[in-house]
Design a protein around this ligand. Sequence first.
Ligand SMILES: [Zn+2]
Length: 241
Amino acid sequence: MQEKLHMTQHPGTNPPSFTSIITGIIDDNIFLKDSYCYPRGGGQPGDTGMISNSDAQVKLLETLPGESIIHPLESVDGFSIGDEIKCLIDQQRRNKNTAMHTIQHIFSAMANDLFEAETVGNQIGEEQTRIDLLFPDRDKFMKSDLEESVNSVIKSRKNVSIHKWDRESILSHDQMRHTKFMDRIPRTITELRVVEIEDIDLCPCAGTHVDNTSKLSEMEITNVKSKGSGKLRITYQLKNG
Ligand SMILES: [Zn+2]
């Protein structure tokens, strides 16, 4: 069973370069014994980087989820099953996605507290992130209130920590958010990773996060667009981005 090391790395910034063994090759995708790469998921893009063995060095394209993480290469020429490889993850890209994803937690929590809005979709990007919110009353949305609340959390130096909790503890916790998707996770997985932003947010999540909100830049909302009845698609970027 492949070990998905990004799940154990917190904070999820500056992922280390690592060596591993190729356990499978399908088309231009390789599979590794273990990997620190974050595979695309939960709205967060997968890692990219470089993969090399003693003969070849090629670009690692966006890593994708699977029982074993899919590492698509520009070309698998020169790579064979059993090879030891070295993987260099693009740290700058990961760090930007980690910051944007952590801000998304704060954004979704504040939108829920202020307007009872539910996050129904998100797409994290290095430059821009968009979040789809479903409101009981969309007219109550105030852009400046949401920006101020999110930035106030960012400035208040809140710790971000990860826990491993069983399903019952997660589902019975009265502060827990965003548990609907848990139905889609196989029952055989009894413990899930929970991310906690001190006093602000608590939810199951497999993404990558900073360890304190002081590591984040303030954000600004750059676009708000209707997405049909009760829904808004809101785009934000970093103020100093
Ligand atoms: Zn997360």
